[in-house]
Write a protein that binds this ligand. Structure first.
Ligand code: BV8
Ligand code: ZN
Length: 246
């Protein structure tokens, strides 16, 4: 199967990759829905909302500080690095991520479309001004925006919130033009991100999924690798590079 996908990549011009929490799992970042996805028995859907921030801002910041602390200690894994190399095999390549951990940029990926923001950035809940400090926020004394006095929140997209319009628009445009679309490490249930693979497939792309578990995309994918991305992606690049040299 790897050889077949490598051949397809060699004949393709435009590639798009959508990643989810699974690609960061091997770096040690908990996924959302895996058994490690809970924090103090809360589910992400309960905490990653404006409602939760309004009623319990302290609890929400405790969760984000905990995640920021984790993310500061981890490194990109071979899956992230392989995607940096994969880009060179396409004339036009876009990396779209649902992750807020910044690990793709840290690994050296160029055009990264962060659909759900970035956990290390904060902003004012009222005027949206960015609040550059990457320090942890004291949950007991959440700073007020110097401009308007609004509370400072993590600059991520919560459930029920719109995604950054320019980013999601570009993600759909790239998906519609893709020759090959990779869905990697995502449960493919959160929308609108989860609509990107189907958009690409409907527009004629070859759909490749990499995920140790089955997802709603699995039976629609042209190729489904039931493997960890940290193993499969370097193997795919090795096959690609050896066949390109041959
Ligand atoms: C919006 C940032 C509306 C925050 C996140 C009913 C039906 C359809 C949709 C909805 C519905 N009810 C509500 C909605 C909308 C909702 C939604 O889709 N809900 C889902 C739960 C049904 N969507 C929204 O609210 C979005 N906004 O719709 O706005 C609107 C419209 C008009 C006007 C105003 C508003 C906003 C969604 C964004 C939410 N923010 N994150 C933060 O990080 O704190 S979502 C969060 O979960 C992630 O960012 C990610 O996007 C998402 C899914 O998680 P995954 O990345 O897939 O991770 P998960 O744990 O689920 O899966 C990991 C996978 O990896 C697994 O499959 C596992 O097998 C695999 N894996 C594990 N190890 C490995 C691996 N794979 C490879 N290698 C490994 N080693
Ligand atoms: Zn403000």
């Amino acid at each position: 199967m790897l050889e077949k996908v490598a051949e397809i990549i060699k004949d393709a011009r435009r590639g798009v990759v959508l990643t989810g929490a699974g690609i960061s799992a091997e770096s040690g970042v908990p996924t959302f829905r895996g058994q490690d996805g809970l924090w103090k028995q809360y589910r992400p859907e309960e905490l990653a909302t404006m409602e939760a921030f309004r009623t319990e801002p302290q609890l929400v910041w405790e969760w984000y500080n905990w995640r920021r602390g984790l993310i500061r200690q981890v490194e990109p894994n071979p899956g992230h690095h392989a995607l940096v190399d994969l880009a060179a095999h396409f004339d036009d390549f876009a990396l779209v991520t649902q992750n807020v951990d910044g690990l793709h940029r840290q690994a050296g990926s160029k055009l990264v479309l962060e659909l759900h923001g970035n956990i290390m950035r904060s902003k004012c809940v009222e005027c949206q001004r960015l609040y550059e400090s990457e320090e942890d926020i004291d949950p007991g004394n959440i700073p007020a925006c110097p401009e308007c006095g609004g509370k400072i929140r993590p600059d991520v997209v919560w459930f029920g919130e719109m995604l950054p319009a320019d980013v999601i628009r570009e993600a759909f445009e790239k998906s519609e033009q893709a020759d090959v679309f990779f869905s990697i490490g995502t449960s493919a249930i959160v929308h609108p991100a989860a609509s990107l693979p189907m958009t690409a497939k409907r527009a004629g792309a070859i759909l490749v999924e990499i995920n140790p578990e089955r997802t709603p995309l699995s039976e629609l994918a042209d190729f489904c690798f039931c493997e960890k991305s940290g193993f499969l992606l370097p193997s795919l690049l090795a096959v690609l590079e050896s066949s390109t040299r041959a």
